[in-house]
Design a binder for this molecule. Structure first.
Ligand SMILES: Cc1ncc(COP(=O)(O)O)c(C=O)c1O
Length: 371
């Protein structure tokens, strides 16, 4: 099987470790191992004493139990701990899709959510979020019209990267009803769960609403620990579980022991990590509001409702060209929308970092000097 180029990761590989201002990253502010263990009331010497043998393929039972606790209907048996969150997309889509299948994918989408189904299935159909004057909207009638007898999977991601969209509970129930009525798998990427902004209520996880839901979650985004590579899948169908686990035996075999140890610590400290990052996002949303009001002639800003990113429309120019020249000329990194299967006039802002204010100030200066 040939896989297409992973443009978002290539773009970040080019600029992330050399540019001065990262204004577009989707992960929240991170912490050191020392801080993490302190927050979890755990001792660094326990990490030193950890054995580095193989671990259980499905994941450490204590870690699976700690994960399952966050979902009312989930048992530790329904949890598959991964070698990394992205691995969960790769192995679940491998197990789910054949060339005769059709998949419907909510777009814009993080590259892997669209590219993998497109490479694995017969047909990958985009289901676009609609941009209204100041918000993002789901078009459920459109979704219904895209379902055919060949459709096997619907792929969604809530809270949504890059728009920060979150459906209302009524919309989410309607989506699940459609999946159920047509007996479809629902692959629901919940990597940004827990980052609901002040006035937004969190959604019930799809796993607690639908037996054919497959959930991807992990600690990279909401908890700001992407270097830990901690992620998990949740699914209740035992046959599909085994099919996905079999793929995992070819990709990572079992989760890294240090990751499982630290993931358990992170789950103990989960609320503190999440609250810290929500506070950063709240502050950055206020800064963004002021910035986009000031530069209204350049951007259309649709305020996100959840997550750590916003997708902002350029009133003029092409986003891809613009982002490359901004990175090269001003050392400011924004991510263009075509990588995420969306027209070439949007850029992603990342709201979860302490450095947002300095980056936005540098961008403001750059725009002022250009104007
Ligand atoms: C929606 C979504 N799913 C999955 C991932 C993969 O997470 P990780 O990079 O921690 O493997 C990302 C990363 O950006 C993401 O945005």
């Amino acid at each position: 099987m040939k896989l297409q180029s992973f443009e978002t990761e290539r773009f970040f590989a080019r600029y992330e470790f050399s540019a001065t201002h990262l204004l577009s990253v989707s992960d929240c502010e991170t912490v050191t191992i020392e801080t993490l263990l302190e927050l979890a009331n755990m001792n660094l010497s326990n990490l030193g004493g950890l054995s580095l043998g193989y671990t259980e393929s499905q994941g450490n039972p204590a870690l699976r139990a700690a994960i399952a606790k966050n979902y009312p209907s989930v048992t530790p048996e329904d949890v598959l701990v991964l070698g990394s969150p992205i691995e969960g997309l790769f192995i679940s889509l491998q197990a789910l899709l054949d060339k005769q299948d059709e998949v419907i994918i909510l777009t814009p989408a993080y590259d892997a959510l669209f590219n993998l189904p497109e490479d694995l299935a017969g047909k990958a159909i985009p289901w676009e979020l609609k941009a209204t004057e100041n918000s993002w909207q789901l078009d459920l009638d459109r979704l219904e019209s895209l379902i055919t007898s060949q459709t096997k999977v619907i792929v969604v991601n809530f809270p949504h990267n890059p728009t920060g969209f979150l459906p209302t509970p009524a919309e989410f129930h309607k989506l699940i009803e459609l999946a159920q009525k047509n007996d479809l798998w629902l692959l629901c990427d919940e990597m940004y769960k827990g980052l609901e902004h002040s006035e937004t209520k969190p959604l019930t996880s799809a796993t607690d609403l639908y037996d054919k839901a497959i959930i991807l979650s992990g600690l990279s985004k909401t908890h700001g620990l992407p270097g830990l590579r901690a992620g998990w899948l949740i699914l209740k169908d035992k046959e599909m579980f085994q099919a996905i686990l079999n793929w995992k035996l070819y990709t990572s075999i079992c989760p890294p022991a240090p990751t499982e140890f630290l993931a358990l610590a992170a789950l103990k400290a989960a609320d503190k990590l999440r609250q810290k990052n929500l506070e950063i996002i709240t502050k950055n949303l206020e800064l963004a509001q002021v910035f986009f009001k000031r530069w209204d002639e350049l951007f259309i800003y649709r305020k996100p409702r959840a997550g750590s990113t916003a997708l902002v429309e350029l009133r003029r120019g092409r986003a891809t060209e613009y982002c490359h020249s901004l990175a090269l000329e001003a050392s400011i990194v924004l991510l263009p929308s075509p990588f995420m299967r969306f027209p070439d006039r949007f850029v992603r802002f990342g709201l979860g970092r302490e450095s947002f204010q300095a980056a936005l100030t540098a961008y403001d200066k750059h725009l002022s000097s250009a104007g």
